[in-house]
Design a protein around this ligand. Structure first.
Ligand code: FEO
Length: 389
């Protein structure tokens, strides 16, 4: 993979990971990802902003063969998909200094065994003069780790945002061209790793609003030449107001719970409520996470297995608890064979969710008309709450 010129003083380095299908052994990557690094050349100094995943170190080192000197390596974020090649780059350039935030130092030293003598902490809003080009570092903690920062190239109004404002797409396109595709991937990405940190994100968006930004160059996904597109999307996603949407993660063993879900979906739509339904036995959890960005209500639908919720429903509940979505209401429906405590067990798995519980409804065996009437009542209760949003 060859490097790509962005401006006279700025070049894309990095790797396209077409085949990666899982991140953190958790997050599905249906479209792969990229690890973007950027080389900024001033009249006097050269800086490399972020590196690549350890698996792509050789790609980056080959690209750097034509770069005789790197004075600074900047670590915006210590997670290894961006910092993993730092040791090799520092080894290649023995005089290079690693610039990073105060909270990143221990992480970089502990996880990558970097010599602390090679590291210089930059403060929030500190600048580094490259000669004709100036880099400003802005602390943006908790997007999505505590040490995160972004780097702003003052003379060109370009923001290197690392994870922030990025998305997982392996693409040959250096710049955003298909906003529909990138917007969907960016929302999924926000849902999977940024959603729990909405308060921090809103604060950082306010900080960035004071800077003229012509281009946002993230470390995953294509470069934004229309920054308003992604900044406005982040404002919407990080706001606390949910939408008229019910997310229904469900699992059904013999069809009874699925019938109840169908009944609920039909009645919600009839009452003007939007629905996203996910069969947990065959679902991409990234799609469920994406629905949780907007949903005002979550209804978990599960049969009872071994006295509790189906393990896949339990997994969805644990995931939702970790992502801390903005949902205001929650309910549970499902079918059981001989009894159990699904509702109590699920309730214990979601302490982070500040939700009102709308009366759950469980039935024994295959649902009949009485059960559908009860579910219609649940749909009415949810619709009434959504009207007040
Ligand atoms: Fe792309 Fe948090 O690493």
């Amino acid at each position: 993979m060859k490097t790509r010129k962005i401006t006279d003083n700025l070049t894309w380095f990095g790797a396209i990971d077409w085949d990666r299908r899982l991140f953190d052994s958790l997050i599905p990557l249906p479209d792969g990802t990229t690890y973007n690094a950027y080389l900024v050349r001033g009249n006097e100094k050269t800086a490399l902003v972020d590196t690549v995943d350890p698996s792509m170190t050789d790609v980056l080192l080959r690209q750097l063969e034509d770069v005789p000197c790197v004075d600074y390596v900047i670590s915006n974020h210590a997670e290894k998909d961006h910092s993993g090649a730092i040791p090799a780059v520092l080894n290649r350039y023995p005089d290079a200094v690693l610039l990073t935030s105060d909270r990143a130092v221990n992480v970089l030293v502990d996880s990558l065994n970097i010599d602390p003598q090679r590291i210089r902490v930059v403060k929030d809003k500190e600048t580094v003069d490259l000669g004709s080009r100036t880099l400003e570092f802005l602390y943006t903690p908790w997007v999505h780790w505590p040490e995160t920062m972004v780097t702003y190239l003052q003379e060109e109004n370009i923001l290197f945002s690392c994870d922030f404002l990025g998305c997982h797409i392996a693409s040959s396109e250096l710049y955003v061209t298909d906003k529909g595709r990138v917007g969907e991937a960016a929302k999924r990405y926000f849902a999977e790793i940024m959603m729990p940190f909405r308060v921090h994100i809103r604060k950082h968006l306010d900080t960035l609003s004071k800077y003229p930004i012509k281009m946002i160059a993230p470390s995953h996904g294509p470069i934004h030449t229309d920054p308003t597109f992604i900044l406005d999307a982040y404002r919407e996603w990080s706001a606390e107001e949910p939408k008229n949407l019910v997310a229904i993660p469900f699992v059904s063993m013999h069809g009874s719970t699925a019938k109840m879900v169908d009944c609920l979906v039909e009645n919600l739509i009839d009452k003007g409520v939007n629905v996203e339904r996910y069969d947990l036995a065959d679902s991409d959890i990234g799609k469920l996470a994406t629905a949780l960005v907007d949903a005002a209500t979550i209804v978990v639908a599960t049969p009872t297995v071994l006295g509790g919720p189906h393990p896949l429903a339990a997994y969805a509940a644990v995931l939702a608890n970790a992502l801390k979505p903005k949902a205001k209401y929650l309910s549970v429906i499902g079918s059981y064979g001989w009894g159990g405590k699904s509702v109590e067990a699920l309730a214990g798995m979601i302490p982070n969710l500040k939700v009102e519980v709308v009366e759950p409804y469980l039935t024994k065996g295959s649902p009949d008309k009485t059960d559908c009437d009860a579910i219609e009542k649940l749909a009415e209760d949810i619709a009434a709450r959504h009207k007040a949003l």
